[in-house]
Ligand binder design. Structure first.
Ligand code: GLU
Length: 279
């Protein structure tokens, strides 16, 4: 089977050394196997994504010496694909509407009788529809109020049974998506979510090897569940450690001086970047 990897940045800032490390690892994993390398622009968050960063990403990756398949898939252009996946989950009876605003949810969660566990994305919320009387839900729906779509986690897990995945750095993993609670799969402002879009895209693009940072390790629990529900094959994962600066801090978009653009302006060449990230 042809290996297919991808680098999937969100165009919300300039790429820094941490991105270069991740992109180079994904690229080398494809190249060394004679496989495919995909660049995907994850721009569902239209409020935070900017066109100039899309251009900068392509410029930086080209400068690094990477080559990728064209055309480049942009998530914002494929909402129909995410809708189709939501329809399938809806047909399985696994989605429900959540009208609660962040503030309403926080208020409900701080009620003394409701003591949610903490999960990787905050409090583990389940059955948020039951926090609102049916009459109020019907009224809000009738008045056209936006809602999020949440996955009924317990029912979803019951439907597919235990799900596993292989991480070539961390070994065999048994997915425990329940720690995420009823994840949001379509947001109020965007008719999809990161989790859904990434799973659908990886399947549609034939990505079978996912090389990405350890900060997304936990998210894989949810991704594996969604893959199992939607009948997608499990890719092999490789969650790499996150690069840190001399002070042990993770590189972040705030570190302007370590963006690839700044390093290039300072006279660095792409071979320097490989050395700086230890490749
Ligand atoms: N778009 C995500 C990010 O910028 C990465 C998605 C992924 O690798 O699954 O962090």
């Amino acid at each position: 089977m042809t290996v297919a990897t991808r680098f999937a940045p969100s165009p919300t800032g300039l790429l820094h050394l941490g991105h270069a490390y991740s992109a180079l690892l994904a690229y080398e994993a494809a190249r060394s196997a004679g496989g495919r390398f995909i660049l995907r622009i994850e721009d569902i968050d239209t409020g935070r994504c900017r066109e100039e960063f899309v251009a900068a990403i392509e410029e930086d990756l080209g400068w690094l010496g990477l080559e990728w398949e064209r055309p480049v898939r942009r998530q914002s252009e494929h909402m129909a694909d995410y809708r189709a996946a939501l329809d399938r989950l809806e047909d399985m009876g696994l989605l429900y509407r959540c009208f609660l605003s962040r503030r309403e949810l926080d208020a409900a969660l701080s009620a003394p009788h409701y003591q949610p566990m903490q999960g990787p994305e905050g409090p583990v919320v389940v059955d948020t529809d039951r926090l609102m009387p049916a009459g109020e839900r019907a009224e809000r729906l009738a008045s056209g109020e936006p809602f999020a779509l949440r996955l009924r986690m317990a029912a979803a897990i019951e439907r597919v049974g235990p799900v596993v995945w292989t991480d070539d750095r961390h070994g065999e993993q048994v997915a425990t998506p329940e720690v995420f609670g009823d994840v949001v799969l379509a947001r109020k402002d965007t008719p999809t979510s990161y989790h859904l879009a990434v799973v659908v895209d990886d399947a549609l693009q034939g990505v079978n090897r996912i090389v990405r940072g350890e900060d997304l390790f936990q998210a894989t629990h949810v991704h594996r569940l969604l893959q199992a529900l939607l009948g997608f094959e499990s890719p092999i994962y490789s969650h790499h450690p996150l690069l840190t600066d001399a002070r042990g801090r993770r590189y972040a978009k705030r570190d302007r001086s370590l963006t690839l653009q700044e390093l290039r302006k300072a006279g660095r060449i792409s071979a320097d970047i490989r050395t700086m990230v230890g490749l």
